[in-house]
Design a protein around this ligand. Structure first.
Ligand code: CO8
Length: 258
């Protein structure tokens, strides 16, 4: 792939957005490559957790590629927006948990990419924002929707209307990121969290993700009923038997992901 790198360390998949000269800006080719790699990961049962990061040290992703967007017609822009939305939906609904390790600019499409991940860990140098109105456009990769759901309508509207960048501390205060770490320990922190998740029962972890994602769009009665179904489903797994037996026998569980 020309625009991103994929490597696997044990059961952790690491996607590196790799256009550092353009601060990893998302062009159509990068989105297509991300789509392809996500399809592969979704069916790779040996990958238990995914980390997404930006190549270079300046940016996670500084947005959609402005040079590529500059001359788009309205129909082309709509289709580019739909491509980004499709890929980010696929990311959000990937069976495995996804951690965004954000080391610099996460602007526009970069902030939208981070928001489609399950967990966001920011370096203390990270900057966030939806600066689209400065360019004469709205967010187009579902930023208006995911931002409102993450930080609430009022704060989202301020960030969208004003378009300013915010630093990692403000992003943490608003609930946009889960934690802030020194830049030099960003990837180690993401890896440590990923390893801990890998050590848990994989089916249960994936069902937790599905329960939150599906349940958030349901009314509470339907969502709790859905949770009861998947809780029951856990008892059809070997891992439930192993996890509970290990507790009773006072030993560490050895999960097989079945
Ligand atoms: N697209 C293309 N190239 C970019 C982008 C981008 N988003 N961001 C940075 N670059 C390029 C610069 O042009 C520059 O290239 P070159 O060296 O060839 O001149 C290189 O990356 C380095 O950037 P700077 O020299 O500008 O670095 P600075 O440290 O001075 O500034 C900033 C860093 C503040 C991040 C600055 O580059 C910037 O403001 N970038 C644009 C940020 C932005 O506006 N992002 C939002 C884009 S719009 C968007 O994401 C909408 C998503 C939905 C699209 C839906 C389509 C329908």
């Amino acid at each position: 792939m020309d625009n991103l790198l994929y490597e696997k360390i044990d059961e952790i998949g690491i996607i590196t957005m790799n256009r550092p000269k353009s601060l990893n800006a998302l062009n159509a080719a990068t989105l297509q490559e991300l789509d392809t790699i996500l399809s592969d990961i979704a069916t790779d049962f040996s990958t238990k957790v995914v980390i997404i990061r930006g190549g270079g040290d300046k940016a996670f992703v500084a947005g959609a590629d402005i040079t590529e967007m500059q001359t788009l017609t309205a129909l082309e822009a709509r289709s580019f927006g739909k491509l980004g939305q499709k890929v980010f939906n696929k990311l959000e609904n990937l069976p495995q948990p996804v951690i965004a390790a954000i080391q610099g600019f996460a602007l526009g499409g970069g902030c939208e990419l981070a928001m489609a991940c399950d967990i966001r860990i920011a370096s203390d140098k990270a900057k966030f924002g939806q600066p689209e109105v400065i360019l004469g456009v709205t967010p187009g990769f579902a930023g208006t929707q995911r931002l409102s759901r993450l930080v609430g309508k009022g704060i989202a509207k301020e960030l969208l209307f004003v378009g300013d960048q915010i630093d990692a501390i403000e992003a943490y205060r608003l609930g946009l990121v889960n934690r802030i770490v020194p830049a030099e320990s960003l990837i180690d922190t993401a890896m440590a969290m990923a390893k801990k998740i890998v050590s848990r029962a994989p089916v249960a972890v994936q069902l937790c993700k599905a329960a939150v994602n599906e349940g958030m769009d349901m009314d509470l009665d339907s969502a709790t009923a859905y949770e009861a179904e998947i809780f029951g489903l856990c008892f059809a797994t070997e891992d439930q038997k192993e996890g509970m037996a290990a507790f009773v026998e006072k030993r560490k569980a050895n999960f097989v992901g079945k």
